[in-house]
Design a protein around this ligand. Structure first.
Ligand code: NAP
Length: 283
């Protein structure tokens, strides 16, 4: 079974080793990569994600700062904080943890981040540049999916790729990245008819739906590759993906596990993007 798993632990460890080397190189040239994370309110999941991000930075020698703002912060104050960070030359990456409270316009906040420090790759400028294949910060989770396929030696050229999910943070950008690798991409969503007919034709299925066990083995062609982006809790409270691992494992040639899969890649790519930004200072 292990030979079928594409391990996020292995791939992210490789990225982290590279990041550590680049941090040392940057330090020797007087650049100290720094990530500033803004968190609004005390959403427990967000607090956990942010803690993980600081831990990863510490492990790799990246300076990180946490800016915790109250749930009641005004949009104007939040935007002012972002502007301060945009103008602070010691800060290379700015990340605003989502979701934001309802009284704040998420689009306005994300697009207040300087595109040159947008290490999440969520600003309209970076999304646009990604779409036209220009240099940009690619969003961390979609990039992580592609990194895992690369690591497993899967050439996407001419492959039929079905993406289930069309969110701005996963489904759409991963579809663009797969298209850039010359895959033939089909995007499915909640209004798609007969999804199983489409997935049964796919060489690679990337599933980002947010429903435990949504993709089952009988929806796959034998030998298909499954990239499982989902992070859910099953009825027993156990962490699981969008693919029903037990029914998929006998059918697939490769699959990413949850936990230990794409989630770790998201974290690793945030570090990679922060280093990319710091390296831009040397140019
Ligand atoms: P999202 O914004 O809720 O989007 C879910 C997508 O799935 C939507 O496009 C929706 O279609 C589609 N969908 C929902 N029910 C469906 C159904 N029955 N049939 C077909 N499509 C359906 O979620 P997201 O932010 O993309 O996240 C998706 C999953 O990935 C979640 O489990 C999330 O926790 C996980 N995630 C993981 C990472 C990571 O680091 N591993 C990062 C981000 C997200 P419509 O557009 O038509 O509504």
């Amino acid at each position: 079974m292990d030979s079928k798993l594409i391990s996020g632990k292995e791939v992210s460890a490789r990225i982290k080793e590279q990041v550590k080397k680049e941090v040392m190189m940057l330090n020797s040239q007087g650049v100290f990569p720094k990530l500033s994370v803004i968190i609004v309110g005390e959403n427990p999941a967000s607090l956990t994600y942010v803690k993980g991000k600081h831990k990863d930075c510490a492990e790799c020698g990246i300076v990180s700062e946490n800016i915790a703002l109250p749930e009641t912060v005004s949009q104007a104050d939040l935007l002012a904080e972002i502007e301060r960070l945009n103008n602070d030359d010691s800060v290379h990456g700015i990340l605003v943890q989502l979701p934001l409270p309802k009284h704040i316009d998420e689009y306005a906040v994300i697009n207040a981040i300087s595109p040159t420090k947008d290490v999440d790759g969520f600003t309209a400028v970076n999304v646009g540049n990604m779409n036209i294949g220009k240099d940009c910060f690619t969003p961390c989770t979609p990039q992580g999916c592609i990194d895992m396929l690369d690591y497993a030696g899967i050439d996407m050229t001419g492959k039929d790729v079905v993406v289930i999910g069309r969110s701005n943070i996963v489904g759409k950008p991963v579809s663009v990245l797969a298209l850039q690798r010359s895959a033939t991409v089909t995007i499915c969503h909640s209004k798609t008819k007969n999804i199983a007919d489409k997935t049964r034709m796919a060489d690679i299925v990337i599933v980002a739906v947010g429903r435990a066990g949504f993709l089952t083995g009988d929806m796959l062609k034998p030998g298909a590759v499954v990239i499982d982006v989902g992070i859910n809790r099953n009825s027993e409270g156990k962490l699981c993906g969008d693919a029903d691992f037990d029914s998929c494992i006998d059918v697939v040639s490769k699959i990413t596990p949850v936990p230990g899969g794409v989630g770790l890649m998201t974290r690793a790519n945030l570090l990679k993007n922060t280093i990319k930004s710091a390296k831009n200072c040397l140019k």
